[in-house]
Design a protein around this ligand. Structure first.
Ligand SMILES: Cc1cc2nc3c(=O)[nH]c(=O)nc-3n(C[C@H](O)[C@H](O)[C@H](O)COP(=O)(O)O)c2cc1C
Length: 193
């Protein structure tokens, strides 16, 4: 796949084939590749915890906040939850901020997983203090995001955005629709001098 095709395929999926595990060695390879990403001041302040043990996953699933726009849906049910969660942490001994780096690495991680045929969802909404205690994360680290990964059990399509309506929605056939601004809207033309 070309990078432009991977970018298009890299949608947010929120329902997965829970029993279809992601091999840990493969996920470790994606995370290890993150050392190649650009880093502000080359501080490289990001660390990761990979969670795939069912007993631990059961404790973390209730801490995740899914799809704020889907008001009548409380997140994936048993059987459709992500089999792998990767927690992104800021190591405050390296830097007080991970600004820019966090997004670059989240993107690099999800693009690799997408290239390998998986689906992901980046989550910034979760109960961070419960996560810290559940995983016994030392105080030096701050959880920034969680990436859910697995084989998608849902279909996601991009829609041409109408006006300012940015809210994704699910149609009655279960398909998840994501409005995106028209490409032309991204380019600002300035008057010639
Ligand atoms: C930084 C970041 C944080 C996000 N946090 C959440 C979250 O907490 N829960 C969730 O269900 N989706 C979350 N998402 C997914 C977005 O809702 C999703 O990217 C957006 O709806 C566009 O869909 P797309 O990723 O398929 O383009 C997050 C995405 C990003 C980039």
């Amino acid at each position: 796949m070309k990078i432009s095709q991977i970018l298009q395929a890299n949608r947010s999926f929120r329902r997965y084939l829970e029993e279809d595990k992601v091999p840990l060695q493969e996920a470790l390879r994606w995370v290890k590749n993150l050392r190649y990403t650009n880093s502000m001041r080359n501080a490289q302040p990001l660390k990761y915890i990979l969670v795939d043990k069912p007993t631990l996953l059961e404790k973390i699933y209730p801490l995740l906040r899914w799809a704020g726009y889907l008001k009548d849906w409380n997140g994936p049910e048993k059987g459709e939850r992500p089999p792998l969660l990767i927690v992104q942490l800021l190591d405050k001994d390296c830097s007080s901020t991970a600004r820019f780096d966090e997004g670059l690495q989240l993107s690099a991680l999800t693009l690799q997983a997408t290239e390998a045929g998986y689906g992901c969802c980046i989550l910034a909404a979760f109960d961070a203090s419960s996560l810290v205690s559940t995983l016994a994360i030392p105080s030096r680290f701050t959880p920034l995001a969680i990436v859910a990964i697995g084989h998608p059990k849902e279909h996601v399509v991009i829609e041409e955005q109408e006006g300012e309506n940015i809210k994704y929605f699910r149609s009655s056939d279960g398909i998840h629709h994501v409005p995106k601004r028209k490409a032309e809207e991204l380019i600002l033309t300035i008057p010639e001098a």
